[in-house]
Write a protein that binds this ligand. Structure first.
Ligand code: UD1
Length: 421
């Protein structure tokens, strides 16, 4: 086990290249199981969650080869003998994204109830409802989801909440269903659109991704794809934007899609950060005093829940009272206790966090409780006085490619050392 040691107070300066999007890569890798021939996907971030997903699809019989850098070649399984390995599926919430492809292609799927970050109840009722309406039978047995069907059939499905995972799973299942599937009140996240583009690259007929309604005309089989490039990670980009502001630095981000960062750009601007936009790049700086702000997390294009903890770290030293309302996950204020250990003044009442800006945070020993909480503690450590030691860093490396190296290149005093060193 390693820990991150950060000596705070260095303004971040320079350029950083943003990696491929974790959540898009996980969905695209699951969808590759549906392909009829080999696919090559580029801009896949080499992070722990992706490695688990790669091992999961290998456990289904897919051949997967990293082709140097961030490109992966996948030979999809033609038949399914075994089901996803239990010990791997337990590690990754997104293993549930294999259900739709397996059901559609092979007529059955068995997946252990997925694990992942502990940020709330995270039920799967909407996924199940969609599959059931398409004709599948779903049972929960001994901690396993077992689903089977003869042939999925297209239908009309209304999601009670625009869940990202349910939208993606049902959309993938519908590509090989008989007839047309219309999914209403779907998630509009950029990762959903990226997945739809990938599916269409394989010969699927998906329309409307990015709007409230997705329509999928089922086809008998999908093909391969010579080259698909995953979108940049808006949450990694957002974390660097917040870190740049928190350290009163001046950072240029390369390989970003500006539209995907709009909800965050708007809020950082409201707080007093200066943001200059280029074509696929963006420069973030903060010179003057920052102002407190109110944030409500919402489905895209609202403010992303995955940026909430990092913003909380930043706001903890902004003079005045800031408010954060978490509307997506009920257990996403776990970072509060750790930030308080660093001197933050935060009160939580249900889904509302009230943050009274303090003059400065001080370094101490803290523990990452989930991926984004870990990122928030890195932001806090970068702006704190003294030394911060973050343990449980495996959470952080589930989602950030070489975070310490990228920050070091921007001038941060950060090192990853063996715990106990
Ligand atoms: C995805 C992202 C995660 C992000 C989240 C919200 C991946 C791999 N992960 O997670 O990083 O934080 O979207 O943007 O893409 N819900 C139900 N029933 C369901 C499904 C979801 O009630 O069947 C609820 C969840 O408990 C949660 C809310 O819907 O409260 C949002 O969840 P969802 O959009 O499904 O998130 P994930 O796909 O798990």
């Amino acid at each position: 086990m390693r820990k991150l040691v950060i000596v705070g107070g260095q303004p971040l300066k320079g350029r950083v290249r943003i990696s491929g999007a974790k959540n898009a890569a996980l969905a695209v890798l699951s969808a590759s199981v549906l392909a009829g021939e080999a696919v090559v996907v580029e801009n896949i971030p080499d992070i722990n969650d992706v490695r688990v997903m790669v091992d999961l699809i290998k456990s289904l019989g897919a051949g997967v080869a990293w082709q140097g850098g961030d490109s992966v070649r996948i030979r999809p399984p033609a038949t399914v003998g075994s089901m996803p390995a239990y010990h791997l599926a337990k590690k990754l919430r997104a293993s549930n994204l294999l259900l739709g492809p397996l059901l559609a292609k092979f007529g059955r799927a068995e997946i252990p109830l997925p694990g992942g970050c502990n940020i709330g109840v995270r039920p799967m009722d909407l996924h199940f409802k969609g599959f059931a309406e398409m004709g599948a039978e779903i049972r929960l047995e001994k901690g396993c989801i077992r689903a089977h069907c003869k042939k999925l059939r297209g239908t009309r499905i209304y999601l009670d909440f625009p869940s990202v995972g349910a939208t993606e799973n049902i959309m993938m299942a519908a590509t090989l269903a008989k007839g047309k599937t219309v999914i209403e009140n779907v998630a509009k996240e950029p990762e959903v659109v990226d997945l739809a583009n990938f599916l269409n690259c394989l010969g699927a007929r998906v329309r409307g991704a990015g709007t409230d309604i997705i329509k999928v005309e089922g086809v008998p089989s999908l093909e391969g794809c010579r080259r698909y490039t995953v979108i940049p990670d808006r949450i990694e980009a957002g974390t660097f934007m917040v870190a740049a502001v928190a350290t009163r630095g001046d950072v240029e981000l390369e390989n970003v899609i500006l539209r995907h960062l709009e909800p965050l750009r708007a809020k950082l601007g409201e707080a007093g950060a200066e943001i200059f936009e280029g074509e696929d790049r963006l420069r973030v700086t903060a010179r003057g005093e920052l102002r407190p702000i109110d944030i409500k997390t919402l489905p895209y294009p609202g403010f992303p829940t995955d940026m909430q903890s990092q913003m909380m770290a930043l706001l903890s030293t902004v003079p005045g009272t800031s408010l954060i309302t978490e509307n997506i996950f009920e257990n996403r204020f776990q970072v509060v206790d750790e930030l308080k250990r660093m001197g933050a003044r935060i009160k939580v009442e249900g889904r509302l966090a009230v943050i009274e800006g303090t003059d400065h945070l001080h370094g101490t020993q803290v523990k990452a409780t989930d991926l984004r909480a870990g990122a928030a503690l890195v932001v806090a450590g970068l702006m704190a006085r003294g030394t911060t030691e973050i343990t449980n860093t495996s959470y952080i490396y589930r989602g950030y490619h070489e975070l310490d190296k990228k920050l070091k290149a921007l001038g941060a005093d950060i090192s990853s050392v063996e715990n106990g060193a």
